[in-house]
Design a protein around this ligand. Sequence first.
Ligand code: C5P
Length: 208
Amino acid sequence: MRILITAGPTREYIDDVRYLSNASSGQMGYALAAAAVSAGHQVVLVSGPTLLSPPIGCEFHGIETTAEMLAACQSAWPDCDGVIAAAAVCDYRPAQRIQGKIGKTGNGLTLDLIETPDILATLGATRGTRWNVGFALEAQDAHARAIKKLQRKQCDAIVLNSPSAIGAANNSVELLLPNGETAANWSGPKSEIAKALIAWIEANLKKG
Ligand code: C5P
């Protein structure tokens, strides 16, 4: 298969030197890319800034903003069989990026934020026969919120994890299906969870 994987955080610039982002390390997405390459798949890895090296053998597109991630994914999507969205995409961006650097005035500063596009939902809307797997990081009411996300983004499955996953080498996840059933529970190093998820996709979502 040819698999599109999103990873890492996105950045949304306030001015030319400051941005909004999050603490995603990119480890889960890079582990998935490595596991997919090892399993013999072609991988297109679209990633925000991380400290990690892209796994050898994957096609790598480094991006910063959500708009750039969306553009890279949309151009890769027609040639892919499916997508695993492991990126921690910024939900909001400043309504405008100020040129240069905002100076201090002695007063407070209010940022006007607008929603960013949902990459996974955008790909899901044009998925055709392709498969979509998302991630959901939830603190409260985790199951119900993850299933709602799965439905809204037209996913075949969603990997539910908790805020403790951010930046950690290990993870504990539940794989949820559209009917609300739990297909699998995996705990351990992100590299092992990645292998298990790629094997599950091969067994359950591979077409033809
Ligand atoms: O941020 P949220 O919990 O909605 O993320 C759920 C899934 O949707 C993840 O797989 C994430 O990569 C993806 N996502 C996306 N574009 C966004 C927000 C989330 O692809 N703007």
